[in-house]
Design a protein around this ligand. Structure first.
Ligand SMILES: Nc1ncnc2c1ncn2[C@@H]1O[C@H](COP(=O)(O)OP(=O)(O)OP(=O)(O)O)[C@@H](O)[C@H]1O
Ligand SMILES: [Mg+2]
Length: 260
């Protein structure tokens, strides 16, 4: 008997006719696309094209920027419009974690950094905390390097270890989605390779969106790639297809390094 193929997961994020403004300046326009669940999606495009703005829309981090607003369209995560009045932004940010370009551990111990989100959201009691911290550090491929120094300062870790600590911190609260904005741009090739290995493993559990200036990195880690230009989505397709046979001339020119 043939083995039935698994049913595809529903899309993780549905973006419909998204327009986004900083004051009068339009940073994103006419964006309509779906981000599949439990895959890696890369956003590429020249500086200023709106990659970080789009990423910050997904956990409403842009809400913190005065004058920044969604001027048209919608974003649904797990079927829910995230701009609905009933949406709890703190809960949204727990489900949609974020890792930044520059690792930003708190000047506290390694343990406290990972436990932070769990305590903030009052997830689990004291005895479960140590277990949850350990699990998150294992998932972030950092446990073996730090298990004997959990109560030392996080700032004593290397740049690559700090970035994996930030990933552990976001994993600890069991997000559905992790947004990564140029997570390797401050790292050397070895530390970068570790993060890329980690992304490949994590995609089995979470949906990952990564902004990167490295075409090689997008090609190595992502399942599909979105190419943005001047706030518009030019092309969004399977990574292999986009890099080997782009549908649009503009994508081809960008990949060739003609501009950007
Ligand atoms: N806080 C802000 N206030 C006003 N305008 C902003 C703000 N952040 C970004 N912009 C503008 O929005 C547009 C998109 O910026 P964004 O940072 O999203 O681009 P990006 O693709 O991430 O660029 P880079 O690759 O350089 O990080 C740019 O024109 C930028 O100047
Ligand atoms: Mg950016």
């Amino acid at each position: 008997m043939p083995i039935p193929s698994p049913l595809p997961l529903p899309p993780s994020i549905e973006v419909h006719d998204l327009h986004f403004n900083y004051g009068h300046a339009c940073a994103l326009k006419y964006l309509t696309f779906n981000i599949p669940a439990r895959q890696v999606t890369a956003f590429i495009g020249p500086s200023g094209c709106g990659k970080s703005t789009l990423l910050r829309c997904f956990n409403r981090m842009n809400d913190e920027i005065p004058g920044a607003r969604l001027s048209r369209g919608s974003i649904r995560i797990g079927g829910v419009d995230i701009h609905q009045r009933s949406v709890d932004v703190v809960k949204l940010r727990r489900e949609v974690g974020m890792v930044f370009q520059k690792s930003n551990p708190f000047p506290r111990s390694i343990f406290d950094n990972v436990a932070f989100g769990l305590q903030l959201h009052r997830m689990g009691n004291r005895s479960l905390l140590a277990q949850a911290v350990e699990e998150a550090l294992i998932s972030a491929a950092l446990w073996d390097e730090v298990k004997d120094r959990l109560h030392e300062s996080a700032l004593a870790l290397s740049g690559g270890q700090q970035q994996r600590l930030c990933i552990a911190r976001s994993l600890a609260v069991k997000p559905r989605i992790i947004l990564m904005d140029e997570p390797c741009s401050a790292l050397d090739p070895i530390a970068t390779a570790k993060i890329e290995d980690l992304i490949r493993i994590l995609r089995q559990q979470v949906t990952i969106i990564i902004v990167t200036h490295s075409m090689q990195q997008a090609a190595r880690v992502s399942d599909q790639t979105a190419f943005l230009y001047l706030g518009e989505l030019i092309e969004f397709s399977a990574t292999l297809k986009l890099f080997s046979n782009p549908a649009k001339k503009l994508t081809e020119d960008y990949l060739r390094g003609t501009f950007g």
